[in-house]
Design a protein around this ligand. Structure first.
Ligand code: ADP
Ligand code: MG
Length: 699
């Protein structure tokens, strides 16, 4: 069942309705009545005859007609009994406002489980518990204690925090911002973010989906579904719990553990979700997405009556990587016909401080017709002659006549522009308090357009030897060994098309010399022990050995010295390995995120990773573009490309390595973590070598 019974119920019962002002059971009833709900309202309270003029019922069963939606506000311990009643009378949609469940600990968690189990058995869907309720302005439904019914509009809002929703409602009401639906999902014991998003995705009134989340119930399903919905309408999310401190606060708040930050970042990017850092930014974006068409490109024109703000806007355009539109000659000529001689006819178009509404109207009209302009920002500062209200009307009018191109406004000031701002808002022109936030919004719209026009994701599948890996992985797990050693890690990598250095294990200096002879000099010696993870840290790697004598010396030294440094380490021998061609060292890695699955990593080797933390992450499975994008997004990408006469390395081959690794970890969920460090890459056309690898498993 969808959520229709929640959004558009025939009748609503409030179990726990109260006569006492200030109590939730009263506020909800009062809000329901004040909103002008057209259906029937049934207050349920055995101790009252009537509340606010409505007949009161002793129980759900005593209501003559089963209510379609039931709001529960009675104390937590009474909720199971009410749920039984709901099942008995056949109500299918229940909102549990009451707190005191999962968020308060083990006992509450058990109670929540019990209630949800009963609901599922009866085919009842539940929003909450521990939530603020829900609001559908178009249906005059305010089943919440969040505040007054807001205007009807194109924004659907869902929030995991009820209190935050109350703040959002208040902000929106003060600014006349309209919503299609507001849903407080609370503990999301049944209905979760994905259900709400799915429900509003097909809702014609909803132009943009916005929300605040602390956790995501099912990471993989969420990404898939959000990706589908993002193609239909934009999703703007605030996600908290990012920092360590934030994550702790989030888990004590709703009892849910927040996932790791990078995984969220890349999940959002994959799904086309536009992440917002603050309520203000989210409103900034939502207003534009809800009311304006998407820009066809990134070329922005600015119309202003003051130089300063025009320059601020121009700076912001450059900073965000947007394009400062170059006006067509015809446009400039047309502008010259009516604008005063002192006006600037080029972007930013300065209509001068004495501009009245008609001059703005003329300029906007002309600029909107320029096919080299994808979006227009109209700036206004309240100067002596400025007509803020009339100018606002002119903007609304011109934008309305040309509905194909977005127009945003930034009326700077407060008291003198208030009327104008009201007119803009009513007319669907998003209004910003600074040129920067307006430009930031255009940038968000442009990014969304770019995401939508990306080619379909195609993940390349390489021919591999899956059986070989299966054997190694299963054998390790059977014996409870979770770390795969270097030799078998290499077998695994080879099975997936990686090239690794040739070499074998020696237990005596004679053997080492023999192997070196066969490989050909120079060679590398590495200590061979399951207990030593970082070989070079204990002097367990000697590179560039060019003679038998050097090999023997290095062997003896390792066998003599390392046990002193690591007395507990079980040393199996020394690996004699061919020396790789010179190249740059990079790291390819994977860490399995508990919510979103394998998260791929790329970084430059050595200090770049350790000190600068210059790494890129992205969720597997990777497409060729995504793998490439991971490389491009690092600061050291330029070094890979080659600087100052340095030839650079084979970028495509690194991206291919990432894709192969992505395929491996996608096909083997038993691999918990792994890295190839270093992956030595040479100039274009040469084969990269996976020099060292570590793989750890989980049951
Ligand atoms: P660990 O990471 O355990 O210290 P590695 O096998 O990664 O050991 O070796 C450390 C470093 O030695 C590598 O980062 C690389 O610079 C160099 N090295 C190791 N093996 C080779 C090899 N076969 N050819 C060239 N350089 C190597
Ligand atoms: Mg290494």
């Amino acid at each position: 069942m969808g959520l229709e019974s929640f959004f558009n119920p025939r009748s609503v019962a409030i179990v726990g309705a109260s006569r006492q002002e200030g109590k939730v059971g009263y506020e909800i009833l009062a809000n329901m009545i004040a909103a002008g709900y057209k259906g029937q309202i049934f207050p349920v309270n055995p101790k009252a005859e009537e509340i606010e003029g409505l007949k009161c019922y002793a129980s759900l069963e005593s209501i003559p007609d089963a209510p379609e939606l039931v709001l529960i506000v009675v104390p937590a311990k009474m909720v199971p009994a009410v749920m039984q009643e709901c099942a008995k009378v056949g109500s299918k949609a229940v909102v549990i406002i009451t707190a005191g469940f999962k968020e308060v600990g083990e006992e509450g968690r058990a109670l929540e489980r019990q209630v949800i189990q009963a609901a599922r058995q009866a085919g009842i869907r539940v929003i909450g518990p521990n939530c603020l309720g829900l609001i559908v302005p178009a249906n005059h439904l305010n089943a919440s204690f969040g505040g007054d019914l807001p205007a009807s509009g194109g924004i659907a809002y869902l929030s995991q925090s009820g209190a935050l929703l109350a703040a959002i409602l208040d902000t929106a009401n003060a600014n006349g911002i309209g919503f299609s639906k507001l849903v407080s999902i609370g503990n999301k014991a049944d209905v979760d973010e994905q259900d709400v998003m799915e429900a509003v995705a097909d809702d014609a009134q909803t132009k943009v989906i916005a929300g605040y989340l602390e956790s995501i119930t099912d990471g993989n399903a969420f990404v898939r579904e959000a990706e589908r919905i993002s193609h239909i309408k934009p999703i703007l999310l605030m996600k908290s719990g990012g920092t360590q401190a934030g994550a702790e606060a989030a888990s004590s708040h709703t009892g849910s553990l927040a996932g790791s930050e990078v995984a969220y970042e890349s999940a959002f990017e994959r799904a086309g979700i536009i992440r917002c850092d603050s309520i203000k930014q989210q409103f900034d974006y939502a207003q534009a997405f809800a009311n304006q068409p998407l820009p066809a490109g990134s070329r922005v024109a600015v119309i202003t009556n003051a130089g300063g703000p025009g320059i601020m806007a121009a700076d912001a355009i450059e900073r965000e990587g947007l394009t400062f539109a170059k006006l067509d000659e015809g446009t400039v000529k047309k502008l010259a016909e009516k604008l005063p001689a002192a006006a600037n006819l080029h972007n930013p178009i300065d209509v001068l401080g004495d501009a009245l509404a008609d001059r703005y109207e003329f300029a906007l009209d002309v600029v909107m017709d320029d096919s080299g302009v994808d979006a227009v920002l109209v700036l206004l500062t309240p100067q002596a002659m400025t007509e803020a209200a009339a100018t606002a009307e002119a903007i609304v009018k011109v934008a309305g006549q040309r509905p194909g191109k977005p127009v945003l406004s930034c009326f700077l000031g407060a008291a003198k522009v208030r009327d104008g701002v009201g007119i803009l808002r009513k007319g669907g022109i998003p209004q910003y308090d600074s040129p920067e936030s307006a430009i930031d919004t255009i940038d968000a719209m442009t990014r969304y357009v770019q995401w939508r026009s990306r080619p379909k994701r195609v993940v390349r599948l390489f021919p591999v030897n899956r059986r070989r890996v299966e054997n190694i992985v299963e054998r390790h797990l059977r014996h409870g060994i979770l770390d795969i050693g270097e030799a078998e890690s290499k077998d695994i990598l080879e099975a997936y098309g990686f090239v690794t250095p040739k070499g074998s294990i020696a237990t005596t200096a004679d053997q080492a010399a023999n192997i070196a002879q066969q490989l050909g000099y120079p060679v590398v010696l590495k200590i061979w022990s399951p207990d030593i993870l970082h070989k070079s840290d204990v002097g367990g790697v000697k590179v560039g050995l060019t003679s038998e004598q050097e090999v023997r010396d290095a062997f003896d030294l390792m066998i003599y010295r390392i046990p002193k440094k690591k007395p507990d380490a079980h040393i199996l021998g020394v690996l004699v390995q061919e020396m790789c061609r010179k190249g740059k060292e990079v790291i390819l890695g994977m860490h399995r995120d508990p919510h979103f699955g394998p998260l791929m990593m790329f970084g430059m080797g050595g200090i770049m990773v350790e000190v600068l933390k210059d790494v890129a992450f992205y969720l597997a499975p990777l497409t060729a573009q995504e793998a490439k994008q991971m490389l491009v997004s690092t600061k050291t990408y330029k070094i890979l490309q080659g600087v100052r006469g340095d030839e650079g390395v084979d970028i495509e081959r690194i991206a291919e390595g990432l894709q192969r690794l992505s395929q491996l970890v996608t096909e083997f969920p038993q691999i918990k973590e792994m890295d190839i460090n270093p992956y030595v890459v040479g100039s274009p056309g040469t084969t990269p070598i996976a020099v060292d690898a570590r793989i750890s498993l989980e049951q």
